[in-house]
Ligand binder design. Structure first.
Ligand SMILES: Cc1cc2nc3c(=O)[nH]c(=O)nc-3n(C[C@H](O)[C@H](O)[C@H](O)COP(=O)(O)OP(=O)(O)OC[C@H]3O[C@@H](n4cnc5c(N)ncnc54)[C@H](O)[C@@H]3O)c2cc1C
Length: 474
């Protein structure tokens, strides 16, 4: 009997497993594939994900595997400088191969005590009042208290759960791959620069000796399960660029679409969804992996609280209440960005206008904060603007704030030095620090770093400790 079975060891499943292990939850991750994905797609980790890594002491491990890039220029690929005043100690984007980040997260989860079984797909399940019986490919059955579908866009768990996945099907497919190129560097650079003026869904970027990473629109929407052929690439390059650049000997080839869909519910009883299993959208802006990892970060401590028995009644349901609107917003911004990539004259005119508007720093910053998820404010009720937002990493007397969140517990950051976490001290740490760089007397942080309370009154604080951390002990 496990406490939680997670279907899928992608970035979302691995992050969730690690978060649950911080609270000693017995976790099993079942992964259909025997080996991690072999193709090397570079993904961008955005500011909020880098902050999450810093909060769990993972950032030092991740940084050497990636390349730091400016935190700008990714809204609809409109080239703009980094806006002034991005309020984060980690205000950059980290380009990193997806298989590497998945491997690092999986290793982290295993070190914390999660079990991962590869070559093991979830094929069915049945839930009752006490738990979930999960069926595997080989007909075996396992039992757990909860099942979480982190099994990607074609999620078996979501389908078996009967949860609707409304939205739009793919209308534009794009081919992507890495291959050798016969044309000279100069010829490629000149053609790419010429096409960038009008065709935003095309690029050729050098990726080592004579090898290029290539993205080009597909002729039609195809079967995602079947990789494209080299002939398809050649034909599409000729159609878009007038030459196939002498491409040959591909390392890998794939296609992706612009389907945009959001699960109607994230929870049915003891089964929940996270990551691509709950939402899909085109990769413009590079948000999918970030969104999934952040879902896991939101869900982990809440599910652990439920299993440990201290969760207030409604805590687990705040997962959907908080994360569904965030995904809805991401879907909307990707819809808007896809319109801005269109080659239609009207869309091109809107793109030129937005390009002008982004010269206003506030507009540029607003869009970057949207994509990097630092602009998120959960609805915790009436209160100052900081309530419901994440607190940036700030200097405190022990060093820096995020260094105090590694164990995934709540934190009372108290400049008054007279408040206490009292009967919640087994779940919430207390740091009395009059030097903390805060402009409010005291904040209560949830384990995900969001501000759950601001004030200086002990009774009010106790009410909020109960709201988020359940009944006091003793
Ligand atoms: C071209 C492209 C570029 C992208 N660039 C970025 C980017 O820059 N930044 C970004 O944030 N995102 C990016 N994304 C999106 C990102 O890749 C996905 O959002 C991310 O992989 C989702 O993670 P996940 O863990 O939710 O799902 P997945 O990564 O799909 O993982 C799901 C896992 O579940 C396993 N599985 C499936 N079914 C079962 C089953 N029945 N039982 C057990 N296991 C199962 C799968 O094998 C897989 O390992 C990009 C996507 C594309 C296509």
């Amino acid at each position: 009997m496990f406490d939680v079975i997670i279907a899928g060891c992608g970035p979302t499943g691995a992050m969730l497993a690690a978060e649950l292990r911080l609270h000693d939850v017995r976790v099993l991750v079942l992964e259909k594939e025997t080996e991690p994905a072999s193709f090397i797609r570079i993904v961008g980790l955005h500011i909020r994900s880098l902050e999450l890594m810093a909060m769990r002491g993972l950032l030092e491990r991740v940084l050497p595997h990636g390349r730091q890039r400016p935190a700008a220029g990714f809204f609809a690929a409109i080239p703009k400088p980094v806006p002034q005043g991005l309020d984060s100690a980690y205000a950059y984007r980290l380009g990193i191969p997806q298989p590497v980040i998945v491997q690092l997260l999986e290793e982290h989860a295993i070190e914390l005590g999660a079990q991962v079984r590869r070559g093991c797909a979830v094929t069915g399940f049945e839930q009752d009042d006490e738990g979930v019986t999960v069926e595997l490919t080989d007909g075996r059955q396992l039992r757990s208290r909860y099942l979480i579908g982190c099994d990607g866009a074609r999620s078996t768990v979501r389908k078996l759960l009967g949860v609707g996945f409304p939205g739009e099907p793919s209308r534009n497919d794009t081919l992507m791959g890495e291959m050798h190129v016969g044309a000279s560097r100069e010829e490629i650079a000149a053609k790419a620069a010429e096409l960038r003026e009008t065709q935003q869904r095309f690029w050729l970027r050098p990726f080592g000796e004579g090898v290029y990473s290539i993205v080009v629109p597909a002729a039609e929407v195809g079967d995602r399960a079947k990789p494209p052929t080299l002939e398809e690439f050649q034909q599409q390059l000729r159609a878009v660029a007038g030459t196939d650049f002498g491409v040959h000997s591909p390392r890998w080839m794939s296609r992706f679409g612009d389907a945009t869909r959001l699960a109607e519910r994230y929870r049915v009883g003891r089964v929940l969804l996270a990551g691509d299993a709950a939402h899909i959208h085109p990769p413009i802006g590079g948000q999918g992996l970030n969104l999934g990892v952040q879902d896991a970060f939101n869900l982990g401590w809440k599910l652990a609280a439920q299993i440990r028995g201290w969760a207030p009644d409604t805590l687990l349901d705040t997962y959907q209440a908080e994360r569904h609107p965030v995904a809805q917003e991401v879907l909307d911004n990707t819809r808007a960005q896809m319109e801005l990539l269109s080659t239609e004259p009207g869309a091109q005119a809107v793109r030129r206008l937005l390009t002008e508007l982004m010269d206003f720093d506030e507009v540029n910053r607003h869009l970057i904060e949207k994509i990097t998820a630092v602009g998120i404010r959960y609805d915790f009720g009436e209160g100052p603007d900081l309530l419901g937002r994440r607190l940036r990493d700030i200097d405190v007397k022990q060093g820096h704030l995020y260094g105090l969140l590694h164990r995934g517990r709540g934190l009372l950051l108290d400049r008054t030095e007279r408040l206490t976490a009292g009967g919640w001290s087994d779940r919430v740490d207390h740091l009395a620090d009059p030097t903390a760089a805060l402009d409010v007397p005291c904040v209560l942080l949830r384990p995900d770093g969001h501000v759950a309370w601001i004030g200086d009154d002990q009774r009010d604080l106790d009410d909020h400790l109960s709201r988020w951390f359940g009944k006091p002990t003793g």
